[in-house]
Design a protein around this ligand. Structure first.
Ligand code: GDP
Ligand code: MG
Length: 397
């Protein structure tokens, strides 16, 4: 890869380890992630079509093919091209960035991570970026939104896109989640299809869809650290090679970072020459509020059973700096029924208190500041099925 440190303005020198061009391992001594996020107001009230300004021409080209806009999980609606693009004047910003000769040898592209729930998509993205951006739990459907995570080098920018798992939608919420998955296939330069050693991937429509994706697809067989024998991995590779021809099959352990460094090399090779889509100092397109709400949602998922956490949405209503090193965060936890409200709060408020203590601790690490966290539980009947509510929460694209 061409190095051009002299040509780059200081702000664009990345925080990635470009000397080796390898993704960084999670770092201990480093500014908290939250310090680098954009602080725009309520991210959840505003869907994030994100880098579509620069990406629009490609999305538009693909959108012509109605077939390609079929939904992954057999959904009954179509995506309009505009929904994918979401920018009235896309070419302008593309041209203004491309005009900079400093980026002639620069690679940039969108890498979408797709697969079934629990395959390890979020773990992989965090491993590739070296930061905990996506929430990870052992429960299915933890990731509801499409989350961009950026890995920046002096001469490259990879925009990873972590997506919700491919599921058969039961609620309007699920349909919105699948729209994120579809959008991420439409504008990708490369697709990482994550499966694991044990998964019985029976959804042939997804496989058919992947066969028709125009960009390279890598098939990743994750969780190889759990293999009892090397043969087990070989068998999986053989099975998958019969089902789906992909550019590359890579056995990995997203959890332990096995195979992820060579994966990075293979990804970089296939990215097009393109100026960066985001400022180089950015780590993600998401705002501080988004991460604050995700941290609370993670604690809901780990502290409550069954359906309860899936019925919750977290809205950060207030996010204010208090002095130099204190944040005041006020969040509403929305539930669908008053019985769920009682469960979330618990006996004498004990359950909610635990969520608050755990969330606050994570937020303090993430933002690098003391956090005063206030949470309220509110009933919003049937919010998962209400299109207007979902739009407000940022799910409609
Ligand atoms: P997602 O739903 O596809 O985003 O999956 P997650 O990244 O949330 O991971 C689901 C579960 O699998 C979590 O408990 C992870 O810790 C676990 N996991 C992910 N990758 C690996 C891996 O390589 N090895 C092992 N043993 N567990 C993994
Ligand atoms: Mg996930």
């Amino acid at each position: 890869m061409a190095q051009q440190p002299d040509q780059l303005p200081k702000a664009e020198v990345s925080n990635a380890d470009t000397s080796t061009s390898k993704p960084k391992a999670p770092k201990a001594a480093k500014a908290p992630i939250g310090a680098k996020l954009n602080s725009e107001p309520n991210d959840l009230s505003k869907p994030q079509p994100a880098p579509k300004a620069a990406k629009a021409p490609k999305a538009k080209k693909k959108a012509k093919d109605d077939d390609d806009l079929d939904l992954l999980a057999d959904l009954e609606f179509d995506l309009a091209a505009d929904q994918l693009i979401g920018d009235e004047n896309p070419t302008q910003s593309t041209l203004s960035i491309s005009a900079d000769p400093a980026f002639d040898n620069h690679k940039a592209g969108f890498v979408s991570i797709v697969g079934k729930p629990n395959a390890g998509k979020s773990t992989l993205m965090n491993q590739l970026i070296g930061e905990k951006l996506s929430i990870i739990t052992s429960r299915a459907q933890t990731t509801r939104h499409r989350i961009f995570g950026l890995l920046n080098g002096e001469d490259f920018q990879i925009v990873y896109s972590d997506t919700p798992g491919v599921i058969q939608p039961k609620y309007e919420l699920h349909r919105s989640m699948m729209r994120f998955v579809n959008a991420s296939l439409e504008d990708a330069d490369l697709v990482l299809f994550v499966t694991d050693l044990f998964e019985d991937f029976d959804e042939t429509d997804v496989i058919e869809k992947l066969k028709r994706v125009e960009v390279p697809v890598f098939l990743l067989i994750n969780k190889i650290d759990l293999a009892k024998t090397p043969d087990q991995v070989e068998e999986r590779i053989a099975i998958w090679k019969e089902r789906l021809q992909t550019e590359l099959v890579v056995p990995i352990s997203a959890l332990l970072g096995q195979g992820t460094a060579s994966l990075f090399d293979e990804i970089i090779k296939r990215l097009p020459n393109h100026p960066p889509y985001f400022p180089k100092e950015d780590l993600t397109d998401r705002s501080e509020r988004f991460f604050a709400s995700e941290i609370i949602r993670e604690k809901l998922l780990t502290n409550y059973r069954k359906e309860v956490p899936y019925s919750c949405e977290v809205i950060v209503q207030d996010f204010k700096e208090r002095g130099d090193d204190m944040l005041y965060i006020r969040a509403d936890i929305l539930v669908e029924r008053s019985s769920q409200r009682a469960i979330i709060i618990g006996h004498q408020g004990e359950a909610l208190k635990k969520v608050g203590v755990q969330a606050r601790a994570d937020m303090e690490t993430f933002f690098g500041k003391k956090v005063y966290l206030e949470t309220h539980v509110k009933v919003e009947p049937d919010w998962r099925n209400k299109a207007n509510k979902l739009k407000y929460f940022g799910y409609s694209s």
